[in-house]
Design a protein around this ligand. Sequence first.
Ligand SMILES: *Cc1c(COP(=O)(O)O)cnc(C)c1O
Length: 399
Amino acid sequence: MDIKRLLEESSKYLMNTYSKYPLILRKGRGTKVYSIDGKEYLDFVGGIAVNILGHCHPRVVVAIQKQAQRLLHVSNLYHIEPQIKLAGLLVENSFADKVFFCNSGAEANEGAFKLARKYAKEHYGEERFEIITALNSFHGRTLATLTATGQEKFHKGFEPLVPGFRHVPFDDLEALQETINDNTCAIMLEPIQGEGGVIVPSPDYLREIRRICDENGILLILDEVQTGMGRTGKLFAYEHFGIEPDIMTLAKGLGGGVPIGSLLAREEVAEAFVPGSHASTFGGNPLTTQAAIATIETLLEDGILLAECERLGKYFVKRLSGLKDTFSSIIVEIRGLGLMIGMQLTRDCAPIVKACMEKGVLVNCTADNTLRFTPPLIVTEKEIDTVTDIVEDILSRLS
Ligand SMILES: *Cc1c(COP(=O)(O)O)cnc(C)c1O
């Protein structure tokens, strides 16, 4: 195993879009991943909120194996059973009446913009196309989704951006009220900002937004690409806030590790799409929908998993908060919901991520100063203890 050569080839052949760690992973089981030189890592990144059931969950693996022998792909010109079944599962377990499948979070959000614009234009006129999103948000890397993303660093170099987007500070109703106008077609938000640093809004924020949307005929789009599929302890994060969106997008955790995204909507809104409005070659294909069925069925059957996510999330926050007293000069705040947890520091968290890796733990740094923990829902209390102890040890050497 020539690690050095592989790393050289990686930078030789791959576009330089990621600042990758010099770590080559080859195998994963449950909460653990293994590098090609056989080192074991406790994975609290989980593919950034993708591996909701851990690595290579047996039910997902078997579903993929079986389907791979039967049928890998057919065009959306034809019906396939797993796509119908998955749509039914999503509809029966959410606010939505209709589902469209695609392949990623950005693509789901693109679909949401198109659906919202078409609905609003048909119901309120041609000028109604503006979409309001939040500062510090993250919605993807395509031109429209990076425009929606309220962070300048993602825009730089790619102008001109897509017209028709406005940004307001997150969790600020006044700013939103001031920005809404007759051309506002939709408001799109993450229920909890993920890439922005795991920012949880005030308890009544989304409820007030729902009210504002209803009063003004504005659609509420929730980007649950990261918060969805049990991540926060409920199947969808909106369930915590006592509201329902008009449109929701999913991806990350949906397929238990395979690339699948989804756009969900109320019936009346979904009706704006007719044959020819929207499409995706791979969207909802046999392989990815089988993986997603196995994932969602496992999440729901084991109602235990969602309950455990909530319990373990609280436990993890409690353990991390215990460190705050000792390291008050380093730790600003611990926040999150379920197993989507951020620990904001007074400093760049990259060195801590590196030190964790050296101790066999993968964590992620977002918004420069926030350690983000998104372990699989099958994580154990003991593993949470291990990670907390390692973080404690690293912080004590820093302070
Ligand atoms: C990751 C993410 C996206 C983008 O998903 P991709 O699959 O990378 O396109 C969009 N929105 C949110 C909230 C995300 O966390």
